[in-house]
Ligand binder design. Structure first.
Ligand code: C2E
Ligand code: CA
Ligand code: CA
Length: 655
């Protein structure tokens, strides 16, 4: 009980409670002083004729001055949200002390007034005391220490005074006042308890809200962050893209979006393992992050693809993108190993390249893809040239979707010869498509389109069926080379149908060589290996096509069950230069070590043939001997060869 009383009398130390008390008092205390002035004026009025002027008007004047000053102080005091806890507490303490002093002063004044006038005036003093104390209790409702101090200081001595005087009516009135104020104090304490609880639960609620807000901010951060690199993720990227594009539209400004695609990452990932690849991506993320600023936002879009946004770019965004590519082409050192990758990038600017998010993104992606295909390590700005290419790609795609494959596709064959005997060892089947609307479409274009449209399976199967049928009529000494695309070698359905067709055609699988490029392997290395093994199990052979233009060649050559390597045309093109010949002979030596046959592609001139032969390459293919031709033409070519060999071959080899 005593402890509770001390608790009520003491000024709280809880910041939220102190501030809440301060806020309430700031509203109530000026009213309390007004009430004191009114009550004191009323008593002054009724006692004016009886008491000396200094007791009535003199006191009232002093009281008005003091209360007026306090009212001004409270009105000018800072609002609760702007006051410090210390200042608010100091105000509560001074209010309590002042309440005690004023209570004592009022008591003394009331006792003094009681000396003057008759019974009616004394009754007014009793009323004055009751009204003032009750008013105080109400107005100091939020500061029980002050309310109780005033009640105790005023009512107790007043009661004692009348008890001492022995006047039964006034004693009864004093007792009445004391009891009523006692009850009021109890009510006040109950109310203050509820007020305290409310403030505490409010403070708890605020704490919980802050915690929830912090958690949801954490969640939002996680939802927008790429866990591996710590860069913003795809979701963040597209949200910000939308936002910056809207800003640019509203302000008639500009913005740019870029796609950065790592070169050779998949091969490295396959060669060194995923954990190692992840470490590399973390390093890549850190390098890219150094370009981020308020106006340049970088994100990982997935896999080895990153995105960049430029808000209101004033400078040359292509150079900025190129700087990022250059930064990524510097070697990385991971676990003591130095590795070099590269990065190709494409950028599309608003409003030049488009006006919608998906349009701009697709175009930057296309520019990056175009760069990757043509000039790795560079950054391209989406241009009208790209636009035209896209248009014609769309036309190819549309025509391909409507194509009657059996009628429109056919196969051409290009012989592969032995440099020593000049015998035809095999023929490479090359797909041809003549679209009724577009005319002949080169295979590298329709194959890419078919892969994109996911109809490559149908094309491969249609071409293979035709090739096998025609191959059946060719000399039994020669073999057939057939190109497979990346998706074919990883598709169990395509593999199964290829096997069925070989079986149905009654062709010995050992006479068939499938050609695959490195890019085909890199898409899904492990699935490609499984595909190769399943066809090899039948007896078919495999050649690594376009060898030398990929980047992970050595790793793949060692690890994959290839029988043959086809050296890219670019090697033969560089044959005139000594460095070209050195590289060529180096690769030949490597293939010999790995016991792989080598075919030199793209032999166009006699000089090239001489170099290739002198360097020790035993198999050649190229326009010098024959261009790819339909089966009928090939049959005529075979016939012409046996009756009269080509003059060039005759002169070179003395046939
Ligand atoms: P590839 O497999 O490297 O085929 C060789 C390409 O080089 C052929 O182009 C051929 O005509 C061309 N060529 C041969 N000798 C010479 C030469 O001496 N000089 C020059 N400049 N070129 C020569 P083509 O037929 O246009 O095929 C291009 C590419 O399209 C092929 O490259 C292959 O990757 C792909 N392709 C062709 N047919 C098919 C197919 O049936 N299926 C798949 N998946 N891809 C195919
Ligand atoms: Ca080929
Ligand atoms: Ca090739």
């Amino acid at each position: 009980m005593a402890k509770t009383l001390v608790g009520w009398l003491a000024i709280s130390k809880e910041p939220s409670l102190i501030l809440a008390q301060y806020r309430e008092l700031k509203r109530q205390v000026p009213l309390l002083y007004t009430l004191l002035i009114l009550n004191a004026s009323a008593v002054t009025y009724t006692h004016f004729a009886y008491a000396p002027v200094w007791v009535t008007v003199g006191f009232l004047g002093a009281l008005i001055a003091t209360c007026g000053w306090r009212i001004i102080c409270w009105l000018r005091a800072p609002e609760a949200h702007a006051v410090t806890v210390e200042a608010a507490r100091a105000q509560l303490v001074s209010t309590t002390i002042l309440a005690g002093i004023l209570g004592a002063v009022f008591l003394v004044w009331s006792m003094l007034m009681n000396q003057y006038g008759g019974v009616e005036q004394q009754a007014h003093v009793a009323l004055f005391i009751a009204a003032t104390v009750i008013g105080c209790i109400f107005c100091l409702y939020n500061l029980p220490s002050a309310a109780m101090l005033v009640t105790a200081i005023v009512t107790v001595p007043y009661l004692l005074y009348y008890l001492w005087r022995g006047d039964p009516v006034f004693t009864a009135m004093a007792l009445n006042i004391a009891l009523v104020t006692g009850v009021m104090v109890r009510v006040l304490l109950n109310g203050f308890g509820a007020f305290t609880n409310m403030i505490r639960s409010k403070a708890e609620l605020v704490c919980k809200q802050e915690e929830t807000q912090r958690l949801s901010a954490d969640n939002a951060h996680l939802a927008h962050t790429d866990m591996l690199t710590g860069l913003p993720n795809r979701r963040f990227f597209f949200n910000r893209f939308e936002q910056w594009l809207q800003d640019a539209r509203r302000e008639n400004g500009r913005m740019a979006v870029g796609v950065l695609d790592l070169d050779r990452f998949k091969a490295i990932n396959d060669t060194y393992g995923h954990a190692w690849g992840d470490r590399l991506l973390v390093e890549v993320g850190a390098r890219l992050d150094s370009f981020a600023s308020e106006r340049v936002s970088l994100a990982r879009l997935g896999g080895d693809e990153f995105g960049v946004l430029f808000a209101d770019p004033i400078g040359d965004v292509r150079s900025a993108g190129q700087a990022m590519c250059d930064a990524l082409s510097r070697p990385f050192v991971i676990e003591g190993q130095t590795i070099s990758i590269g990065c190709s990038a494409g950028i599309a600017t608003y409003p030049d390249a488009g006006s919608a998010v998906h349009e701009l993104f697709d175009r930057s992606d296309y520019a990056a893809y175009h760069m990757k295909m043509n000039e790795r390590g560079g950054c391209a700005l989406f241009s009208f040239e790209h636009e035209n290419i896209i248009r014609s790609e769309r036309a190819v795609e549309t025509a391909l979707l409507a194509a009657d494959l059996d009628r429109e596709l056919h196969v051409c064959y290009q012989p592969i010869l032995c440099t020593h005997s000049c015998d035809v060892l095999s023929v490479e089947a090359l797909g041809r498509w003549t679209s009724p609307s577009l005319g002949p479409v080169p295979p590298d274009r329709f194959i890419v389109a078919a892969e994109k449209l996911n109809i490559i399976h149908d094309i491969t199967i249609a071409l293979f069926r035709k090739a096998l049928r025609e191959f059946g009529a060719m000399p039994p000494s020669i073999r057939l080379s057939f190109n497979l695309s990346a998706k074919d070698i990883t598709s169990p359905e395509t593999l199964r149908q290829l096997m069925d067709l070989i079986e149905e055609g009654g062709i010995d699988p050992k006479r068939i060589t499938f050609e695959l490029t490195e890019t085909a392997l890199m898409r899904d290395f492990h699935a490609a290996v499984r595909g190769i093994q399943s066809l090899r199990a039948l007896g078919a052979r495999f050649a690594l096509d376009d060898f030398g233009v990929g980047y992970s060649s050595l790793g793949h050559l060692r690890r994959l069950p290839f029988d043959k390597v086809k050296l890219d045309r670019s090697f033969v093109e560089n044959m005139e230069e000594s460095f070209g010949r050195n590289i060529f002979s180096g690769i030949l030596a490597l293939c010999r070590t790995l016991e792989l046959d080598c075919v030199a592609e793209g032999v166009e001139t006699e000089a090239q043939l001489a170099w290739v032969t002198n360097l020790g390459c035993q198999r050649v293919q190229g326009y010098f001997f024959a261009k790819p031709m339909p089966a009928l033409e090939l049959a005529a070519w075979f016939l012409a060869r046996t009756t009269s060999p080509t003059p060039a071959v005759v002169s070179r080899y003395g046939l």
